[in-house]
Design a protein around this ligand. Structure first.
Ligand code: NAD
Length: 496
């Protein structure tokens, strides 16, 4: 059985010490092992990144961007291989993995524009013979810590732009599905990144804590669950680092009485159950306004869910695959049981689903739960599984209040034909990413991605324009070249 190691200073470093099993969630079998980096190994990666920084910082942005162009071409060339690796360890269906990778490649494309994005600001004659400009300088060594659910896309939110801005990087991927992430990083080196500019350490808390505590690491980008995001943000900030920590979600869709119900049902099916609901933008709550809308929604969902296909990742006919681990399968089923015990109505039950030939896979079937109330555990917590809750309210105001009262504020959407209602909703709702008749309003790479409330700790969102700001620091220079013979006496008042 192979043990996946690390990528440090341009070379593979094999196992060091502790290891952890990697599963194939479709079969439930152990597919390999990953080495869990010790503090010394992580320090070696940080040292490599630190040593590579001066030359990389001084490499012209256009040269850095050219490597990103080659990286993009390599990612496209290796798409099938990468998606198979993702499917094998994550469980998502190959066509879903292709969507993830395409979204990651968009971020590489955006990083190709770094020379334009780093141009800075210039003002001539801010005073007599005085000019001022602001430039955006790289920070130094930057760390990224990423979750299991997008092993290709989320790392690509981070290091292409960080590196294109002149930083060097240490990535700590999820230990549950690290193979595709490491392979992609090797493609970045093949594209021409000098040794040490991008390093990957596989590992767990020990590796993360080392990155958070090492004074050579200037900034940390984190994506994962809220409790860990909060811990990471607190510790990195206390250590004087810049930090952005994106956390969990509970994304609500308001279904207004005038909505096109066929469109709603198609959208909810894909957005609630796609990728087994293991997306931070998955729609996990439908808030139906009025009992008529709720009854119509439930009836149509129930009938359409009969055609849902859950099964192994390699069968393109399947709609979604297994969840990530046996423990997570049990946790998701536990939420369904808690909803039942607390008085909700299980309309479609995904517990105990059997996939012939894959009896040991970590499958949960699509689940629909009606008459959920805001005090129930299944409503308060992020389930991260193929489970759609329906909450009934009697007005749009009540629906919006429900969303605003939830601790998470990642994504939301409204289904309506009423432009005025949609405009009011998007203007006032306390959520970072909003859809209007769009179920998964994931911003394109030239906008930025970030939730509000306890879905994001920090000031700047991921990728897009915010990433350029996050991975650089502004320096403002004021310069004076007085004409020959023009000399001022000493000035004791504040310059105006
Ligand atoms: P997770 O929080 O368990 O792990 C994320 C990363 O943190 C991993 O690299 C892991 O090794 C590390 N980690 C875990 N426990 C740690 C600890 N105690 N100390 C230090 N590091 C630790 O998240 P996950 O299960 O991999 O991913 C799913 C979660 O990520 C969900 O909550 C989902 O909503 C969230 N997510 C959010 C976004 C977003 O953009 N907001 C995107 C994707 C996923």
């Amino acid at each position: 059985m192979t043990t996946l190691g690390h990528l440090i200073n341009g070379a593979r470093v094999d196992r060091d010490g502790r290891t952890q099993d990697i599963y194939n969630p479709s079969t439930g079998e152990v597919a390999g092992q990953v080495s869990l980096a010790s503090q010394a190994t992580v320090e070696q990666a940080i040292a490599a990144a630190q040593a590579a920084f001066p030359a990389w910082r001084d490499t012209p942005p256009a040269k850095r961007a050219r490597i990103m162009y080659r990286f993009k071409a390599l990612l496209e060339q290796h798409t099938d291989e990468i998606c198979r690796m993702i499917g094998q360890e994550h469980g998502k269906i190959v066509h879903d993995a292709k969507g993830e990778l395409a979204r990651g490649i968009e971020n590489v494309e955006y990083a190709c524009g770094a020379p334009e994005l780093l141009k800075g600001e210039y003002s001539k004659n801010t005073g007599p013979s005085i000019d001022s400009w602001s430039e955006f300088q790289p920070l130094g060594v930057v760390a990224g810590i990423t979750p299991f659910n997008f092993p290709a896309m989320v790392p690509l939110w981070m290091y292409p732009m960080a590196i294109a801005c002149g930083n060097t990087f240490v990535l700590k991927p999820s230990e549950r599905d690290p193979t595709a992430t490491l392979f992609i990083a090797e493609l970045a080196l093949e594209a021409g990144l000098p040794a040490g500019v991008l390093n990957v350490v596989n590992g767990d808390k020990e590796a993360v804590d080392t990155l958070l505590d090492d004074a050579r690491v200037q900034a940390v980008s984190f994506v994962g669950s809220t409790p860990i995001a909060e811990t990471i943000y607190t510790r990195a900030s206390a250590n004087g680092k810049r930090c952005q920590a994106l956390g969990g979600a509970k994304n609500h869709a308001i279904v207004m009485p005038d909505a096109d119900m066929d469109n709603v049902v198609n959208s909810l099916n894909g957005a609630a159950f796609g990728s087994s609901g293991e997306r931070c933008m998955a729609l996990s709550v439908a808030v139906a306004v009025g009992d008529a809308a709720a009854d119509a929604l439930i009836a149509k969902m129930q009938s359409q869910m009969q055609t849902l296909r859950v099964g192994p990742f390699h069968d393109a006919e399947n709609d979604f695959g297994p969840v990530i681990t046996r423990a997570h399968q049990e946790k998701v089923c536990g939420y369904i049981s808690s909803a039942e015990a607390e008085g909700a109505e299980i309309v479609v039950d995904g517990r105990g689903v059997q996939v012939p030939g894959f009896e040991n896979g970590f499958f949960v079937g699509g689940t629909l739960i009606d008459r959920v109330t805001p005090d129930m555990t299944c409503y308060l917590e992020e389930i991260f599984g193929p489970v759609l809750l329906v909450v009934r309210v009697d007005s749009m105001e009540a629906a919006m209040q429900l969303i605003d009262d939830h601790e998470y504020g990642n994504g939301t959407c409204i289904y309506t034909r009423d432009g005025e209602a949609a405009r009011y909703f998007s203007d006032h709702i306390q959520v970072g990413m909003v859809g209007i008749n769009v179920p998964l309003p994931v911003p394109v790479s030239y906008h930025s991605f970030g939730g509000w409330k306890r879905s994001l700790f920090g000031d700047l969102s991921a990728y897009g324009p915010d990433a350029v700001r996050f991975y650089t620091k502004r320096k403002t220079v004021t310069q004076r070249w007085p004409s020959a013979g023009v000399r001022e006496g000493a000035q004791f008042s504040f310059p105006s």
